[in-house]
Design a protein around this ligand. Structure first.
Ligand code: COA
Length: 142
């Protein structure tokens, strides 16, 4: 039986897009079973997507939706977690970013795609209201 859900897009052979965050999975990030907590990984991915989105919005942005998440493989303590981002769509006030977390396990050289999904961010003003993304501020390369 395949170990990847049939509805998940096949994993690319190598990371695609821009490296946004790299960090180390620590014991403090584990769940009750001793594995890395999915919420921690989602948080790292949200931070990575937000940093990437800022390059386009050039303003505060807030996460409005997280979609199409696929948890493909577990993350273990000691894994080096690298999160990559690519632009899916830029709207009037929002940007959707494909965020992919890859890990390099201890004593292994290859990287493995563990989780990916689409994060949508809305550019907001100081009052938290949506604001138009300025044309020309985009660093979209995807
Ligand atoms: C994000 C927020 C400012 C949007 O306010 P709103 O009044 O719903 O704004 P709009 O309806 O004008 O939508 C703004 C943009 O978000 C997009 N959007 C809204 N809901 C969406 C959803 N569920 N999925 C994808 N995009 C969505 C709209 O399509 C629009 O994009 P566009 O301008 O590029 O076409 C508001 O919902 C909010 O503050 N949410 C809480 C955000 C937050 O706290 N995030 C952290 C969670 S821990």
């Amino acid at each position: 039986m395949a170990d990847t859900p049939i509805h998940a897009a096949p994993a690319p052979a190598a990371p695609e897009g821009e490296l946004s965050i790299r960090t180390l999975a620590m014991p403090a990030d584990t769940n009750q079973n001793g594995d890395i907590f999915g919420g921690w990984l989602l948080s790292q991915m949200d931070l990575a997507g937000s940093i990437y989105a800022y390059k386009t919005t050039q303003s505060r942005n807030v996460t409005v939706a997280i979609e199409a998440m696929t948890f493909r493989k577990p993350v273990y303590v000691g894994d080096v977690v690298s999160v990559y981002a690519t632009t899916v769509r830029v709207g009037r006030t929002s940007i959707t970013v494909h965020v992919a977390a890859w890990v390099q396990r201890r004593n292994e050289s290859k990287s493995i795609l563990v989780t990916d999904g689409n994060y949508t961010y809305v550019a907001v003003d100081d009052s938290g209201h949506p604001q138009t993304i300025r044309q020309g501020s985009s660093s979209v390369s995807a």
